[in-house]
Design a protein around this ligand. Sequence first.
Ligand SMILES: [Zn+2]
Length: 127
Amino acid sequence: MDSGNHSCQACGAPSSPLTKLSLGKDFFGRPYDRLSPSSDQNPRWYCASCSLHKHFQRDFRDILSEFDKLRCGLSSELSKAGEFQRASLRLHEIMMILNVPQQTSPFLNNRDVTVLMERLNTLTMPV
Ligand SMILES: [Zn+2]
């Protein structure tokens, strides 16, 4: 029984249906346990909107950490042209949805996404 889990754990909305969300893999398809904070390993209950935004947050965070590695000259998923492009497209997609009125994310703010997009754009696309 999941008594006590009748509201979204992010926004508190009592709306249903709630989705039990457990982040198994990161944006680059790697298993999570070696990278993520342990809090993300526990399944949580989110409403439809928050579970969407939770995935955005995960992708944003993964892309940001790979971007930092790339910038420091470390081996990074973003040094692969295909992954770099996929990450750019994903950030665009996230930005478009965050720009929709009433789509404020409980996890991310537009400014952070914009900054990361701008920083990615300053890099030369790997070939
Ligand atoms: Zn919610």
